[in-house]
Design a protein around this ligand. Sequence first.
Ligand SMILES: Nc1nc2c(ncn2[C@@H]2O[C@H](COP(=O)(O)OP(=O)(O)OP(=O)(O)O)[C@@H](O)[C@H]2O)c(=O)[nH]1
Ligand SMILES: [Mg+2]
Length: 301
Amino acid sequence: MEDMISTKKAGYVTIIGRPNVGKSTLMNHIIGMKLAIISKRPQTTRKRMMTVYTEERGQIVFLDTPGIHKAKNALGEYMDRTAIGTIGDADLVLWLVEPSPGTGEGEKAIADILKKANVPVILVINKTDTVKDKEIQPVIEAYRDILPFERIIPISAKHSIGKEELLSAVFSFMPYGEPFYDEETLTDETERSIAGELIREQLLRNLSEEVPHGTAVEIESMKEKKSGWFIDANIFCEKKSHKGIIIGKEGATLKKIGTAARLEMEKLLDKKVTLRLWVKVKKDWRNDEKSIRSFGYRDDR
Ligand SMILES: Nc1nc2c(ncn2[C@@H]2O[C@H](COP(=O)(O)OP(=O)(O)OP(=O)(O)O)[C@@H](O)[C@H]2O)c(=O)[nH]1
Ligand SMILES: [Mg+2]
């Protein structure tokens, strides 16, 4: 069928930006489901995550990426590499920023990467619910000169403002083509990998300072039985002192983390979940390439 011309669109969009600007929130909001984990702490997302959005206009494959930052360890370098690596293959980049007119080194570094990439870029100013309307124009002015953006669109991913305008703009940059995935597909992530992320999300939400950033989660086993799912997981941390903090007094902290993660898993899997957690120490793993790979942070995905 050489002459078949699709009237629908299909393309790849990567969502990039500094940590904590709301990339994962935006992606979840567009697909209408919580698949990517979210926390108020920077560097929540560690791997790229693909989700698929399908509607009458066509299909958009979104990539949520780790926040681009000044890496302090090998894991951070992996995260930056992952985020930057999605740009070249995308049909469009959404660069998400805070609604603040102060652009510094971090923004300049991202602009420099995008300048070299030769991919259309839409600047998305997120979290506009946190500022007054008149404060948005100065943000637009601050960014306008650092890169020739196709569009600049203010939104609030959390309060569902600007989504339709953003989607229309995104579709206008998508090529015509047949969908890549069937319309039921939402992601290529496994339930196992999302279950691990839901535990990490609770580590980020319930622990402070460096402790959660030094953790990794490994799902040891995940079995579906008639009565529900049975999941055993290991939480790795960097130091013995961190292990004590994660477990907490009489196990209270670990219990809180486990209960919250289990409830999120039950929502996702729509079944009862029995979750058992173990805390282990893997010294300074964030600087050990082999450990990083063993936790699933691999360049081939
Ligand atoms: N007020 C407000 N908060 C938002 C909005 N979007 C996201 N947030 C909050 O910003 C924080 C970070 O959100 P994430 O979606 O995890 O940010 P991210 O860019 O994916 O962060 P990393 O994965 O660390 O790079 C969370 O506390 C969100 O609830 C928004 O539109 N308005
Ligand atoms: Mg994220």
